[in-house]
Design a protein around this ligand. Structure first.
Ligand code: HRG
Ligand code: AKG
Ligand code: FE2
Length: 332
């Protein structure tokens, strides 16, 4: 976030999706326009909405309604898929178990990750070892989420092609060793309604999700319609709302893309505060590098920024594990 943006731009990515695999993608005028908009949004805000993304809006809605249905169940039902170190940090976490900068977040969630088998990435990978655990109710939960994950992976790969072009590289710059086998993450999240007693005098920690940056390359948030809760911090520290625009995803840049771009793009701080009298759901899909990817500033970005590395390199899996192993305080 290099600027004092006051709102978040909306980009129609359909020309990019039409030509994403075209050998001369860099020469197409429609694609070039999308690429310019992506570049501007990533430089100025690190956040943008996308429309024309090809994910059926009916699926986006079903995902939110089945999420609401799951969280509406009694605790005894939800806790059947409890998250713990032994599940590879997959499963259900109750309100207050996820902590951000030392403060409990007022949200509940199911976390899912690309599945990891024993020995796949050595000791580091073993922390994330496991298969996703799905509730048996609602019955079609897993099937819908699996379909959604596939759609989001596909869309993210295509948007990353546009971002690669925006940085001046080849369209497939972030594939192969960097993100050819993306370590995706899905967080299915519920934020309780603001309680009446807190309506006027909200406690300092009554925050749905504290200020943080995302860890990987690109996040796609499918947020509830009608509730304004997601806020993004601009350069002077003002919190700018990202109000829901039905049928769109809110996209943002993660820490690994900040390193790859040598800071041309940054991972912007954001937080969630649900001040509304309604329960809010959102489903965030994170498109992340290969688990074992060694992330360094790209040559094309180094050339544009004077040749000096502005950030230390990072192994994505290490970054993730350092977050995941400090994110939770189990309440029982
Ligand atoms: N996989 C991602 N990006 N999850 C975002 C969660 C942010 C909150 C977390 N407690 C934290 O402090 O990072
Ligand atoms: O709920 C939202 O709108 C965003 C959630 C988020 O920022 C996250 O899970 O990383
Ligand atoms: Fe986030």
């Amino acid at each position: 976030m290099a600027t004092d943006f006051k709102s978040i731009p909306l980009i129609d990515v359909s020309p990019l999706l039409e030509k994403w695999d075209h050998p001369n993608i860099g020469q197409d005028e429609g694609v070039a326009q999308v690429v310019r908009q992506l570049d501007q949004a990533c430089r100025e805000a690190g956040f943008f909405y996308v429309k024309g993304h090809g994910v059926p809006v009916s699926l986006m809605k079903e995902i939110k309604s089945i999420t609401r249905e799951y969280f509406h169940q009694p605790y005894e039902e939800k806790i059947k898929i409890k998250l713990s170190a032994s599940t590879g940090y997959r499963g259900y976490q109750r309100i207050g178990e996820n902590i951000t900068k030392g403060i409990p977040d007022i949200h509940e969630a199911i976390d899912c990750y690309r599945e990891v088998e024993h020995g796949m990435y050595g000791d580091l990978g073993d922390v994330m070892q496991g298969s996703n655990i799905w509730p048996s109710n609602p019955p079609n939960f897993k099937q819908l989420m699996d379909e959604y994950i596939d759609r989001c992976t596909d869309l993210s790969r295509k948007i990353m092609r546009g971002i690669s072009l925006a940085l001046g590289g080849p369209a497939n710059e972030m594939e192969g060793e960097i993100g050819g086998d993306p370590f995706w993450v899905l967080r299915i999240i519920g934020y309780p309604a603001a309680s009446i007693s807190n309506g006027h005098d909200k406690a300092e920690n009554d925050v749905g999700c504290g200020a943080h940056t995302d860890y990987g390359l690109l996040t796609l948030v499918n947020q509830d319609d009608d509730i304004v809760a997601l806020q993004v911090r601009n350069k002077s520290g003002e919190w700018i709302s990202a109000p829901p625009i039905p049928g769109t995803f809110v996209c943002n840049i993660g820490d690994m893309l900040k390193i790859l771009s040598n800071g041309i793009y940054e991972s912007t701080l954001h937080r969630v505060i649900n001040n509304s009298p309604k329960y809010r759901v959102s489903v965030a899909y994170f498109y992340e590098p290969n688990f074992d990817a060694a992330i360094e500033p790209l040559d094309v970005c180094l050339r544009k920024t004077g040749g000096t590395k502005n950030f230390e390199g990072a192994v994505y899996g290490k970054h993730l594990v350092s977050k995941v192993t400090t994110n939770f305080v189990m309440l029982d």
